[in-house]
Design a protein around this ligand. Structure first.
Ligand SMILES: Nc1ncnc2c1ncn2[C@@H]1O[C@H](COP(=O)(O)OP(=O)(O)OP(=O)(O)O)[C@@H](O)[C@H]1O
Ligand SMILES: [Mg+2]
Length: 417
């Protein structure tokens, strides 16, 4: 067989629900934490911003470790009005899968398989009579045999309402009841919000739920080496591109995507399309990749940044320098003094012997009085700021350029470029 070339979209898969094993970058600390949590007595919570790899993390780990799991989507629970409705959905779907394979096996005349299929078929028949939660646990236990079994509730952010959180709390408590405990199934809750335990601690009657939960450390951005490994594996090992400068490609990607896995895939996919014809990527092509990425995936964030730059008052120059300095700040939170240091470092001539009122500029950028879409937000304590959306940092990093006379320009983008 001739070696078949992979397509960019087979390598870089920004929103794939299914894990592409070949492209999965391992995250040892998180994986170990999950592994240990599986062996403990508590139910598990995984949290972190969108696109940071929560779903890939548990799917990869569970597949590796032979853990049987099914995923209930809490967005669906919210849509259907209850978690029970989503569980019923799930069991119906899983039930059909069991039935189909049973009938296929029967019609194929595979006697040996039929024997086992019959068991699960009979099992399925009984599941139908159970209430949905118990049916899920029973189904999982049948599926898992002697292996660990986990019922996953993913997309908690979609169900962060009192009735659904209460329903979830009840299910967790039920797991201790002998009728449910016998299925030896763990619950894993996955979602964006931090502080699920905190929530239950503070809610009357639910402190006992908090005591049954173990929160994994936050799933956050990739480390620099993990990100580099993802970029190089994709372009060099899988796509077999010739890269002019691997270090500059991976450093640039890590910088503008803030090392959020989904963004890394998104950006690399655009870059891979640009280099597809010659199966190579030159440094000079990276601005084209930036443009394509912004116009396809980041246009909303671009428009917000643009709105803040466009105002035609005399202070626009300083404000744009401030935005540039904000893009360079590495921490989650930033305060006026550190931004001032960055502004003075990046724009020495235009700031020499000048007072900068950075606190005021930041407060304007965060104000909802002049715009509906402030780019930064004051922290609850009031003395620091964060980006109002993580994409704003990425878009500033990719769109802003410093000129030799210390002005800041934006890269022009049109949405359909
Ligand atoms: N360990 C990893 N190695 C390589 N790519 C990854 C990894 N984890 C995630 N990705 C990439 O990031 C994308 C998003 O990951 P995932 O769906 O797990 O994020 P999430 O945290 O569950 O996001 P959401 O909160 O929006 O559901 C994946 O489709 C994949 O392209
Ligand atoms: Mg997810």
């Amino acid at each position: 067989m001739f070696f078949q070339k992979l397509k960019p979209e087979e390598v870089f898969t920004p929103r794939a629900a299914e894990v592409n094993k070949d492209m999965y970058v391992s995250r040892p600390t998180l994986e170990r934490a999950l592994e240990n949590a599986l062996r403990g007595n508590l139910h598990i919570v995984i949290h972190g911003e969108s696109g940071t790899g929560k779903s890939w993390l548990y799917k990869q780990k569970f597949n590796d470790a032979g853990v049987s799991f099914i995923v209930a989507n809490l967005a669906n629970a919210s849509r259907l009005g209850s978690i029970a409705a989503e569980l019923k959905n799930l069991i119906d779907r899983e039930g059909k899968a069991v039935k189909v394979s049973y009938e296929e096996e029967k019609s194929a005349g595979l006697d040996a398989v039929v024997a086992t299929a019959e068991v699960s078929h009979t099992g399925q028949y009984e599941f139908g009579k159970m209430e949905p939660f118990e049916a899920c646990l029973a189904h999982l236990r049948t599926k898992a045999g002697k292996n660990p079994a986990v019922l996953v509730f993913d997309n908690l952010e979609a169900a962060f309402t009192e009735p659904l959180l209460k329903e979830l709390a009840d299910l967790i408590i039920l797991c201790d009841d002998e009728r449910y405990a016998k299925y030896k199934t763990k619950i894993l809750i996955v979602g964006v919000p931090a502080g699920v335990k905190e929530y239950y601690y503070k809610t009357p009657h639910h402190a006992t739920v908090a005591n049954r939960l173990y929160e994994l450390p936050e799933v956050a951005r990739l480390s620099q080496p993990e990100c580099v490994s993802l970029v190089i594996r994709g372009f060099v090992e899988k796509l077999k591109y010739v890269i002019e400068d691997e270090a500059s490609l991976s450093t640039h990607t890590a910088w503008i995507t803030d090392r959020i896995p989904q963004m890394v895939h998104e950006y690399c996919l655009e870059a891979a399309f640009i280099g597809e014809e010659n199966r190579s990527l030159l440094d000079a092509q990276l601005p084209l990749a930036d443009q394509a990425w912004i116009s396809k995936s980041m246009y909303h964030a671009y428009a917000v940044a643009e709105e803040h730059m466009n105002e035609r008052d005399t202070k626009a120059g300083r404000r744009n320098q401030t935005l540039y300095a904000l893009s360079l700040a590495e921490g989650e939170q930033f305060k006026a003094p550190e931004i001032e240091i960055l502004i003075r470092r990046e724009f020495p001539a235009s700031t020499e012997n000048t007072t900068l009122n950075v606190a005021q500029t930041l407060s304007q950028l965060a104000s909802t009085a002049s715009t509906e879409r402030p780019i930064i937000r004051r922290s609850p304590k009031g003395d620091a700021y964060t980006f109002a959306d993580p994409r704003y940092r990425m878009v500033l990093r990719s769109m802003l350029r410093k000129t030799s006379d210390e002005r800041v320009e934006k890269m022009p983008i049109s949405q359909d470029s």
